[in-house]
Design a protein around this ligand. Structure first.
Ligand SMILES: *Cc1c(COP(=O)(O)O)cnc(C)c1O
Length: 380
């Protein structure tokens, strides 16, 4: 029998009751019934993003809202500062390039977090920088970047904004947008929001909305001002992904019921237990100093073929884990634990990892990773 499990950092596993809701007959998006769903979603997203601002929803993968966060924030001749510590940091630079925006990269060693003082120094040395682009959680390396500290820096400037790709941060760990003074916060549906891919989200501070007013880069679908007007009428400017909106109302209800504090604690516990378990197997973490609670990146031990390990996960157990990308290819595997995951899900993936490592000749005591998981889970 074939049974499949996703432990990839997007898409993630879905709650069956939400899948059923999304399978209901489709409704029309200009009916009052849909406007009611839209209105509940607006409230739920404000709760999740911890903001009084509207959270705009677009029908696209997460990269769509990232692109909008460039084309609506910058103007011709503006410069951007890009924190580049992995694949997704590189993406900010590529989007800037596509819009003819000159960007200054802060190249961070993969597996390490950016140091806020580097951002401070870059802003001081080039006053023409208008925006800082970063990830909250760099999914390609499993690193968490210091958002609060970066916001402390950008807050001091009237004319500079902090743009955060929190696609694997929102709904995983605490990123209070208003309290910390984050200007643009981006997320997507297929990670901690427990939905299929297809929706992207973005919220803007008052400062960021002022910046949008003067932005003159080309834009059409991802026009934030236009979408804000529609949002306030419980509408989207174009046909929304109706079924995903229906699912989103459900997952936002689940999140509100669990509560943000419990949600963050659950992810912290799953992540910590996973890190402890792989260490108990004699493996090393790729991002030991500043790990993200969304995904654990594990170094492949000497003598073991990383790509083969990833393939065997699927062949033997139907489990999808993620391999390393680019310079980390073959060197790491990434095990995700964001969204619809609980303690015993991690027992399954660590148990599979143990059986595969044993088969591939890694020396350790069978069961030691699972035992460590259980210990962490039983600590309370
Ligand atoms: C998944 C992800 C994205 C968005 O990727 P899409 O494939 O466009 O949804 C962006 N940034 C990070 C950090 C991600 O994990």
């Amino acid at each position: 029998m074939e049974k499949k499990y996703l432990f990839s950092p997007g898409p993630t596993m879905l709650p069956p009751e939400v899948q059923l809701k999304m399978a209901e007959p489709i409704m029309h998006h200009r009916e009052p019934e849909f406007e009611k769903i839209f209105s509940e979603i607006r409230d739920g997203l404000k709760y999740l993003f911890q903001t009084k601002s509207e959270v705009l929803v677009f029908t696209s993968s997460g990269t769509g809202a990232m692109e909008g966060a460039v084309s609506n924030i910058l103007s011709k001749g503006d410069k951007a500062l890009v924190v580049r510590g992995g694949k997704f940091g590189e993406r900010w630079g590529e989007i800037c390039q596509a819009y003819g925006i000159e960007f200054i990269p802060i190249d961070v060693e993969w597996g390490k977090a950016v140091e806020p003082k580097w951002v401070q120094k870059a802003l001081e040395s080039d006053p023409s920088i208008r925006a800082v682009y970063t990830q909250a959680s760099e999914t390609s390396t499993g690193v968490r970047h210091p958002i609060r500290e970066m916001a402390e820096i950008t807050k001091k400037y009237e004319d500079k904004v902090l743009v955060v790709d929190a696609i694997t941060g929102i709904g995983v760990f605490n990123i209070p947008m208003d309290e910390w003074g984050i200007d643009v916060l981006v997320s997507g549906s297929q990670k901690a929001l427990m939905l299929p891919p297809g929706l992207s989200f973005v919220a803007l501070s008052e400062k960021a909305w002022r910046v949008v007013e003067r932005s003159n880069l080309p834009k059409y679908y991802f026009d934030f001002k236009k979408e804000l007007k529609s949002t306030k009428k419980n509408q989207s400017s174009y046909t929304p992904a109706i079924s995903l909106f229906v699912g989103l109302r459900e997952t936002l209800h689940m999140i509100q019921k669990e509560g943000l504090e419990a949600l963050f604690q659950r992810h912290e516990r799953l992540a910590r237990a996973t890190r402890e378990a792989v260490k108990a197997l004699g493996l090393e973490l790729y991002a030991p100093d500043s790990p993200s609670n969304a995904v654990t990146a594990v170094k492949i031990p000497e003598g073991i073929d990383g790509e083969r390990l990833k393939d065997l996960f699927f062949e033997r157990f139907g489990i999808t884990v993620a391999e390393g990308q680019d310079r980390a290819k073959g060197k790491i595997i990434r095990i995700a634990h964001l969204g619809y995951y609980e303690k015993l899900d991690m027992v399954m993936v660590i148990s599979a990892l143990e059986m595969l490592l044993k088969e591939m000749g890694h020396r350790f005591e069978l069961g030691s990773g699972v035992r460590r998981l259980e210990e962490v889970f039983m600590e309370g």
